[in-house]
Design a protein around this ligand. Structure first.
Ligand code: ADP
Ligand code: MG
Length: 251
């Protein structure tokens, strides 16, 4: 089986300061991968470098057997919510319609077909009743669902979501995780940056533990070892509850 994603030696520095150093891993199609690590670990940088949105100093990224620039249309990205300006006046349905653009010629505007599809995408996340509302009027969880609808509209084979569960309500989290599971079962490869360690086991097939370097990659059994968690979380305290009780790591 070919890998959906192959990352080799990926290195990013900002003004000479390393943010990501020599990260290498592969992911199979149809996997949901959690990117875990403390604040400032380089999780968002890894995503953006994989997508070619942040320039890598070194390393290669291949997705679906090609250079990322050649298959950009087959990828959907949901940025960290805190990076989006919600004062910008735009309606929910127009946010979702923006997802159609990779599939339209540059001179075309979304037409009937795309508009109908946008309502379908909103329905999938339970937000069709909010189609005409301003995005800024919604709660965090609702906004996140709208951005997931935009990703659905893009029909990406590989999905990247940066902290989709940060600061959202429980029912939005449920809706999002159920939808991601359905997409995964349909063969999509999904990367999710996840800030904390709770729910990791429940949500992800593989865990990528990051703190500038790749510290661990594999199943929970492979990665949730006190030594690896200690290295990732350094001074902070990581508390992990699982079937076998709770591991608390203090750096
Ligand atoms: P995470 O998403 O894990 O919290 P980031 O990838 O956002 O981490 O950031 C990793 C490191 O790179 C941090 O030290 C951050 O301050 C720095 N950084 C991120 N983006 C930039 C940028 N555009 N310019 C300069 N430094 C940045
Ligand atoms: Mg981040």
């Amino acid at each position: 089986m070919t890998n959906a994603v192959e990352v080799a030696g990926l290195t990013v520095t900002y003004n000479g300061q390393p943010a990501l150093t020599d990260v290498t891993f592969q992911a199979a199609a149809g996997e949901m991968i959690g990117i875990i690590g403390p604040n400032g670990a380089g999780k968002s940088t890894l995503m953006k470098a994989m997508l070619g949105m942040t320039k890598a100093n070194r390393g290669t990224v291949r997705m679906l057997g090609s250079d990322v620039n050649q298959i950009r249309k087959r990828i959907a990205y949901v940025p960290q919510r805190s990076m989006i300006d919600f004062d910008f006046p735009v309606r929910v349905k127009d946010v979702v319609l923006m997802g159609s653009h990779p599939h339209l010629a540059w001179w075309k505007r979304p037409g009937k077909k795309e508009k109908a599809q946008a309502l379908e995408s909103l329905k999938e996340v339970g937000m069709e009743e909010y189609a005409s509302r301003q995005i800024g009027e919604l709660s965090g969880g609702q906004q996140q669902r709208v951005f997931l609808a935009r990703a659905l509209q893009q029909q990406g084979e590989i999905l990247f979501l940066d902290e989709p569960f940060a600061g959202i309500d429980v029912s939005s989290e449920r809706i999002i995780i159920e939808l991601l599971r359905t997409l995964k079962q349909a063969g999509r490869t999904i990367f999710v940056v996840h800030h904390d360690l709770s729910k990791v086991e429940e949500y992800f097939d593989s865990i990528l533990l990051l703190n500038q370097h790749l510290i661990g990659y594999g199943t929970k059994e492979d990665v949730f070892k006190p030594e690896l968690l200690g290295r990732a979380y350094e001074g902070s305290i990581a508390s992990v509850s699982g079937k076998d009780g709770e591991i608390v790591v203090m750096g």
